[in-house]
Every structure is written in C-alpha cells, then in structure tokens.
Ligand binder design. Structure first.
Ligand code: PLP
Length: 389
C-alpha cells in the first residue's frame, strides 16, 4: 500500500487486532439477513435511568455550565464521589486531593502511565484483560509484563512467579476486580498480597473497579481502597458507565493516593479540559440515586445470568458462575480453539461471542458471553447453541 503519511512507531507497533476477522464475519452475516444474537459487547442495552436524564436536561440549560469546566472536576462532583465511597465502602477520601474527574475511566487508565512511566520501565498488566492497560503502557514507552490470570489460581496473578528483576523495574501494576473478562471478584487477602508487593518494590497499583456495582445475590464486591495500606500505594478507577447505563456520557473518576492523583491530573491539564459540567451535575444525581433503582437494574442482570448460566450448563457448556460483572467466561468444548468455536457459533447459529484469546493468550480455551440482551434472546441463544453442539 502506498502511504504518504507514515504512522508513528507507537501505532505501527500496536498488538494485532484479533477481532478484525470476526467483526468482518458479523458484518457479512448481518448483510445476508441473519438474525445475529450479539452477546459479544460490554455495552448495556438498558437506558440511563430517567431521573439522571432529567437532571441532565435541567443542567444543560444553565449558562454557567457552558464554559470550560475545571480540570480536576467540580468540587461538588468530587464531594459526591467522596460521600459515595464513604456510604458504599466506608472509605474516607479528601475530595480536594484524593479525587479526580475523568472523561470515562478508560481515559484515566489510558493516560496514567504517561505520568509515571519512563521508556523502558515495566508495567505489570494482567492477561486476559481489558486491552487499555497494556496499550496505555506502550504509548508511554513502557514495557508491559503480562501476569497470566489462570483458573487454577482463581484468576488472580501469581506474584511469586514474577522474576525479581522484573519487580525491581516495575513502576506500576494494573488490576481489575470484578474482572473483565473472567468475572472473578477480589478478596481482602488478595488485595493485601498485592499491596505488600507494591510496598516492597515501590509500585503504583491502579485498580479498575468498573464493575463494582454490578453484583448478584447481594454479594457486594469490595473496594481496593478499603484494604489497609491501599491508599499508600495506589488509586482506584471507577466509572458511571456500567453502574448507571451511562457508557455514552463519558464520565468516571480516579480516587486514592494524592500524589498519584496529582500526577494524573498534571497529564490531563495538558491534554484535555475536563468533563462538561452538566454531565457532572447529572453524575452527582446518579451517585446519589436511590439503591432501589440499582437493585432493579441488578435484578434484570441476575435473571439474565441465571438464564444463560443454567442454559449453558444444560447443554454441557461450563461457565464460571459470576458473582459480579455482566460476563460469562465459558470454556469452549473439546476440539475447538476459542476462535474456531466463536466462528462456529456465528456461522451455524448466528450467535456472536468474544473469543477469549482476544483478551490475551491465556484466554485461549474460553469464550466470553455478555448479558447485554434480554432474557428471551438468551433463551433463544441457548436453543440455537444446542442445535449446533
Ligand atoms: C467498560 C470498562 C471500562 C471503562 O469504562 P468507561 O466507559 O471508560 O468508564 C473500564 N474497565 C473495564 C474493565 C471495562 O470493561
């Protein structure tokens, strides 16, 4: 291909996009008129609750919100975040120093290595995982060191297997519980272990808690920040996207260690200008929502989880039963790779899942199904799968 403008090495060196072939197959199937059940994407199908939309409608009319927002977020938003942490996790945060608004948590996760990672520094990244941890690292010139999440270790990294010289060179470690894609949740013991590694080697922990409010059977996930010593070594990233069906609004926050928050803030003041204040006002209303609204969202996902989990089981497919997130991390049947099984389901049954290896090599042997379609579609998906297994 003739190119006039050569891409930067950082773009040329991006890991291959493993879903390209499957994206193309989906497009072909849809064009042929196949009724595809797409359970591949982690984007809620449910609308943002009405009281939040109403708050936005009111806020958008106020001229004071039409100006550049504050870089770090309105104080009232950061206070609402601190109050939410206190109520939900009994964690105390100073809203003036320990909370920062983000244009969605992906933005903060993608940018934070720029604040602390020099070329050649190591960043510990889980795998399989949300791709942004490693890509943010690469864009900052850092080197991801991949920590495999294996079923035999309950999908936690095995810190004892990381070589000493890697730990010495590591600046930062990303963790994510409740986990995408495996759906595993964290224990206090696990976070304690991570904190002791971070203490010993001076590593910043960046914990991604995007799914903390999407839990089942009232098993509330813990926050990294509620564990002793967490705030000395790290921050937690949060998002309103999954909790309140607000993926399109682009608002999240980072909370925790004041130095780390200030470092990320420095990057942001130089490349963005904050979150539209009307969105922050609506987000304050969201964070103060009546729990009954979240319960009704959780009930919808729980019914879907039970439908799909039991359905898969009845046809001989083993999924990890999630306590949180809206994903079912499912073993592919014997004789298939992740990609082969994904293509088989799309081709023969019009069902689109996400091949596990797309999240990193140790995801091979799994397929991820998302609970982002209604129960009747999940029932139909199970029926169709039964025919082609
Ligand atoms: C969806 C998701 C996010 C990001 O969400 P934002 O919309 O950018 O706040 C972050 N981490 C994980 C693991 C996710 O799945």
């Amino acid at each position: 291909m003739n190119t006039r403008f050569e891409l930067s090495d950082r773009v040329k060196n991006l890991p291959p996009y493993l879903f390209a072939r499957i994206d193309k197959m989906k497009e072909e199937a849809v064009n042929k008129g196949v009724d595809v059940i797409d359970i591949s994407i982690g984007d809620p199908d449910l609308p943002t609750p009405e009281h939040i939309v109403k708050a936005m409608q009111k806020a958008v009319e106020k001229p004071e919100h039409h100006k550049y927002p504050s870089y770090i977020g309105m104080l009232s938003y950061r206070e609402a975040v601190a109050e939410w942490y206190k109520r939900r996790f009994n964690v105390n945060l100073d809203p003036t120093k320990e909370v920062l608004s983000l244009i969605g948590s992906k933005e903060g996760i993608g940018h934070i290595p720029l604040a602390f990672v020099n070329p050649g520094d190591i960043v510990l990244c889980p795998t399989p995982a949300y791709p942004v941890y490693a890509i943010g690292t690469l864009f900052a010139g850092g080197e991801p060191y991949y920590m495999p999440l294996k079923e035999e270790n309950n999908f936690y990294p095995d810190f004892s297997s990381i070589p000493e010289e890697v730990l010495q060179k590591a600046k930062m470690m990303f963790l994510n519980y409740p986990n995408n894609p495996t759906s595993q949740t964290a224990t206090v013991e696990f976070f304690k272990e991570a904190i002791s590694v971070a203490e010993r080697y001076n590593i910043i922990i960046c914990h991604d808690a995007a799914y903390s409010e999407l839990y089942f059977d009232n098993k509330k996930p813990i926050s990294f920040l509620e564990v002793d010593g967490a705030k000395d070594v790290g921050v937690e990233f949060h998002s309103l996207s999954k909790t309140y069906n607000m993926t399109g609004w682009r608002i999240g926050f980072a909370a925790g260690n004041a130095e780390v928050i200030a470092g990320l803030g420095k990057i942001k003041t130089n490349i963005d200008s904050g979150v539209f204040q009307a969105i922050q006002e609506a987000a304050i209303v969201a964070l103060n929502s009546d729990e009954s609204i979240l319960d009704s969202i959780r009930n919808i996902y729980q019914e879907r989880r039970d439908t799909l989990y039991n359905g898969l089981k009845s046809i001989g497919l083993n999924a990890l039963k999630p306590d949180a997130t809206f994903y079912l991390w499912t073993k592919v049947p014997q004789g298939y790779t992740s990609e082969e099984f994904t293509i088989h389901l799309l081709d023969k049954a019009g069902i689109l899942g996400t091949p596990g290896n797309g999240f990193g090599e140790p995801g091979e042997g799994y397929i991820r199904f998302a609970l982002t379609v209604p129960v009747d579609r999940l029932k139909e998906a199970v029926e169709r799968m039964k025919e082609v297994l």
